[in-house]
Design a protein around this ligand. Sequence first.
Ligand code: SAM
Length: 250
Amino acid sequence: MSSIRKIIKTILPLEIKELYILKRKKSNFKKKTVKETFDLIAKDNFWSSGESVSGPGSELKHTKVLITELEKLFEIHSVSKLLDLPCGDFNWMQNVDLSKVNYLGGDIVKDIIEENKMKFKSENIKFEVMDIITSDLGRQDVVLSRDCLVHFSYNNIVKTIKNLKRSKSTYVLMTTFPEITKNKDIISGEWRPLNFDIYPFYFPKPVVLINENYQGKERYKSKSMALWKISDLKIPLRLRMYCVLYRIFN
Ligand SMILES: C[S@@+](CC[C@H](N)C(=O)[O-])C[C@H]1O[C@@H](n2cnc3c(N)ncnc32)[C@H](O)[C@@H]1O
């Protein structure tokens, strides 16, 4: 074995194991782009909710607390420019009082955005096709990203964080599960809970943490939206190195 391979195996044993598992995994999403993956998910109503194409987590029964808490947060933090990315089908967000906010909803799926425009567009509520990984996000007070990174590979999460930083927006409000004790990598399009407090992210303590009072399985009860200052988010070196290896092997 070459000395470089030996070094990688000594410093990054966990990462090598994850890459090996991912490489061997069978998944419908494996050879697809992120756009192809989520177009397919929307077309097939893959998450099987009768209420929302964005899945059971976007149903009203799971978002009641969030609706109230968001209104308070917008008030306290004087949010005037809000980017909701991804907005999905706006199923629960239509119940949030957005009257004092310039709201832009973005999603990678064109059909979802077209339907939102027809149903919900108004003076202060706009929709646009956007990719959180690559699009210019504009300078926002808050980028709200609910139930998004939980569907991304670590590689796409890192790209998203870099894109958020590029936007020079102030805050990101996104999904985290503070009681989950182990994170794992996935193929983008799949799902797993993520805890941003722990390996491989080690994000700082959020400015605000809203527990959503999730009504489903006990092990996901800590599902929350965490508000971070984007400038406080750093990508640990080890995660950067993992992403370099990921790109080499994929
Ligand atoms: C589980 S839904 C959540 C939607 C919404 N945040 C909510 O809470 O109802 C995930 C959404 O992310 C969108 N999506 C996936 N990848 C994306 C990307 N790279 N950029 C923008 N939207 C994306 C999907 O099309 C889907 O509508």
